[in-house]
Design a protein around this ligand. Sequence first.
Ligand SMILES: C[S@@+](CC[C@H](N)C(=O)[O-])C[C@H]1O[C@@H](n2cnc3c(N)ncnc32)[C@H](O)[C@@H]1O
Length: 206
Amino acid sequence: MDRADYWNNAYQAKSDEQLSWYQPQSTLSLQLIDSLKLPSSAAIMDVGGGGPSALAGELLDRGFAGLSILDVSHDALERCRQRLGKRADQVTWLHTDITHFIPTHQYDLWHDRAVFHFLTTPADQATYIAAMQQGVKPAGHAIIATFAPDGPMQCSGLDVMRWSAEALAHAVGHAFVLVASIRETHQTPWGKPQAFTYCLFQRRTK
Ligand SMILES: C[S@@+](CC[C@H](N)C(=O)[O-])C[C@H]1O[C@@H](n2cnc3c(N)ncnc32)[C@H](O)[C@@H]1O
């Protein structure tokens, strides 16, 4: 089964509260985003930002006008669109696999919670990082949240790669500086703890 079918099936079968990654508020992402003091005109890309993620609504509430949401799953994007209602028109929707994505312009902020860790081959990881390098402005930022080294080995039935901040910074490469890393224990809707690593990177200007 290809990735799109896999994720579409997951979304068709489950409500938000049945999805392990569901969180009613994007608390730590927002804390990091707020610390950047971005202008409301900032171009923001949320990779895998469909499904139950509250982030799109939270960023629109803050007045951000340049939000793009990319997801491989049509059902994920549709669920997010439905939740936003009329405000969905303020978002650029990108229906593609991140490993096939060639950015056509550059973002002030690239955000990814729980997508990069599904890329378990060096080839897919390298393609993602190349897109991120191309898609983030010089001095722009990237927030990547993955399972931590003591986090789950699978999510939604798929194998994942678990990352420390140091290993992720190494994988992301010299084009980005690791500005901050924070560990979070996410509680699934049924109360199971999952260790995450959140990393904030800044793209070098040279
Ligand atoms: C675990 S969920 C996380 C969703 C959201 N970021 C959040 O924190 O609630 C992973 C999301 O990424 C999408 N996804 C998985 N692999 C992807 C890929 N290769 N390219 C784009 N989206 C992908 C899935 O459809 C799903 O919506």
